[in-house]
Design a protein around this ligand. Sequence first.
Ligand code: BG6
Length: 504
Amino acid sequence: MTKEKVNPNTVTGPFLGVIFGANGDLTKRKLIPALFSLARDGLLSRDFAILGVSLKEMTDQQYREKVASDMQELAPDLFTPELQQFFEERLYYLSGDFTTAETFGKLHARVETISKKHHTQGNAFFYLATAPGFFGPIVHSLGDAGFTRENENGWRRVIIEKPFGRDLTTARALNADIQSVLSEDQIYRIDHYLGKETVQNIAVLRFANGMFQPAWSNLFIDHVQISVTETLGVEHRGGYYDQAGALRDMVPNHIFQLLTLVGMEMPLSFGPEDMRNEQVKVLHAIHPPKPGDVASEVIRGQYAAGSLDGESRVAYCDEHAVDKKSTTETFVALKLQIENQRWAGVPFYLRTGKRLAKRLTEIVIAFKKPPFTPFRETAIDPLEPNQLIIRIQPNEGISMRFGTKVPGTLLKMDAVDMDFCYADHFGRTPATGYDRLLYDCLRGEATLFRRADMVEAGWRAVETVQEAWAADDRSLCSYPAGSWGPAEAEELLARDGRQWKVYE
Ligand code: BG6
């Protein structure tokens, strides 16, 4: 008997979504547009409602008007009169302080009436789009108010944003705290990188294509580069960022998601446990720099004033809400080893930073060079390594770089690219992630969410770096805004006879 295939494009069941932090940036930029996008694609049940909770006093109607004007400004393509009407009928607002019992009392009453009116059948998600200090207290209050009990009254799920802790100790404590109220399968820890099409495609590229699988190891791969470079500075988030820094903000979460997908063994299935079991093994196999090697293998930088796209930019320390004497890093580059059979001896070079020359997230798989012997007597310069380049964003796609003979009588060679571009082939650029993640949560599909052990393993892998920096932060290098980061990051690879991929 053939097994029935799962149809991924099905409409969700009824639900109520409660968003804490409904007035914040994340809600307006990502969550509401994601809900509109799901509704546009016909993936949401008609029986649903969204209840936003935030401190600011507003009526339901004022909140609907705010959402409408935010959507007009931020996602005008999704803001059609039909969708506006569809959401108007399903949006509610409650003002309240997340730390008081009174708010949860009021929430109870509103949840009851809204659920009845929209036939949500007791299903509810609670999205914590708040400052991290509220995660634990809100989960406890939800528990005390009876919102987290799953029974015949439907499912109850809690979606938690990053940052999930500041280090291993705080992440462990937060896990223990929320797990005292919720079971692990009720917890959806978001890492929006996992919602990106191009990130999910890494597993498909590797495991559905016979030509890559045999070459995907230290036998053929020389090294891997993962770059997440941003042109943006810290914008209005100086207060958060100055406490976090580039390492915490990007490495144990987003960059490690990319690293685990590149590094993992083939899972038995794409189900949540099989996938995440393999991903977490990669994290456990990371061999972080030894304390004595942190200074040479982990480069931390901070942007000075400079210029980007012809406009001058202030130094990080002069950004709004940043301490003038801040030693927080806005750039980090590091070298890691994954100590297992497949990857022993293959360095993974990671870098990320703000106010860099170009916005891009890319993975470069650099293959080993073949022997030069037959080319010795020719006009060919040293061979370039073949590269497989996975462009996560922008210009989403994949390209392969290899050497080709330049037509003519002399044996000369040039590097050429074979290119796949999502927009050309599929006619649209992949979504940014939140729609897919919300949709998965609504269906109880947890593969793209981080399990407790993954979060902790990520922090464990950067622990020696955090400790070394805490003990001595004199190592901060400077780079001008608009550059590719400190010169020391170039040297990190140059020492090993390698270089970062060069971008025009
Ligand atoms: C967030 C970080 O998680 O990811 C930001 O806090 C960063 O600092 C952002 O800018 C990058 O996301 P994306 O999808 O733009 O690459």
